[in-house]
Design a binder for this molecule. Sequence first.
Ligand SMILES: Nc1ncnc2c1ncn2[C@@H]1O[C@H](COP(=O)(O)OP(=O)(O)O)[C@@H](O)[C@H]1O
Ligand SMILES: [Mg+2]
Length: 253
Amino acid sequence: MAFLEASMVNKIYHDKKKQEIVALSNFTLSVEEREFITIIGPSGCGKSSFLFLAAGLEPLTSGVLKFNGKPVKGPDPLSAMVFQEYLLFPWKTVRENIEFGPELRHVSKKQRRESSCNLIKMVGLGGFENRYPNELSGGMQQRVSIARALANKPQLILMDEPFGALDALTRETLQIELLKIWQQAKCTVLFVTHSIPEAVYLADRVVVVSKRPGTIKEIVDIDLPRPREREMFTSPSFIEYERYLKNLILEEI
Ligand SMILES: Nc1ncnc2c1ncn2[C@@H]1O[C@H](COP(=O)(O)OP(=O)(O)O)[C@@H](O)[C@H]1O
Ligand SMILES: [Mg+2]
């Protein structure tokens, strides 16, 4: 049994005129524990929808979606979502944002503090614990969002174009750090991106979604050694993966 199992999942929305919008159609995907999956596909193909369903934030229309062997019925404390917009509480400091989830779960103050200290180190925010979000760069705010997601010790992290709004250098740094965090936290990641190199660099497998209604077009195993070095970007096999995935996407637009 897979860790996250989507079988023939359909998602239909209704627009204001009550017209059906089929976002996902027969979407079938099995994710194993500790895998790093990236998801690419044309704009509007249902990538975010799939993450929302997996997070239990939206109901599916039909099909089966199981997490840890149980049907997803609503938000699960063992999964966490990270968005492109950082969605931090502006009136809370870095530390307070990170400790918010554990506080809701009545984790003791001492434990909260210990865990937030570790997370702040892990995401490279040492020295910024008492700053407010508007005092931080976009990259730093996204680090806080990642730490906040990790604070609930999720087994599954769903990331929706988390680095999409960042400049190229910050993005590169965060990619490298995310891989380290993923290895340290021993979690499973589903990561949606528009960037093909990012998809290849991070993933064990890249899921290519067709144009809407989104269905799995192809799943590509990325057979590159870990830890992933940046020099990889210019290696023949990396470039070949990129070329191959780009062609798959071009067929959909
Ligand atoms: N809440 C909603 N109500 C109506 N339509 C929606 C809603 N969310 C998404 N859609 C539609 O579903 C389709 C898939 O959207 P989305 O999952 O956001 O795609 P992607 O993330 O791949 O760009 C799009 O046509 C979008 O307009
Ligand atoms: Mg989206």
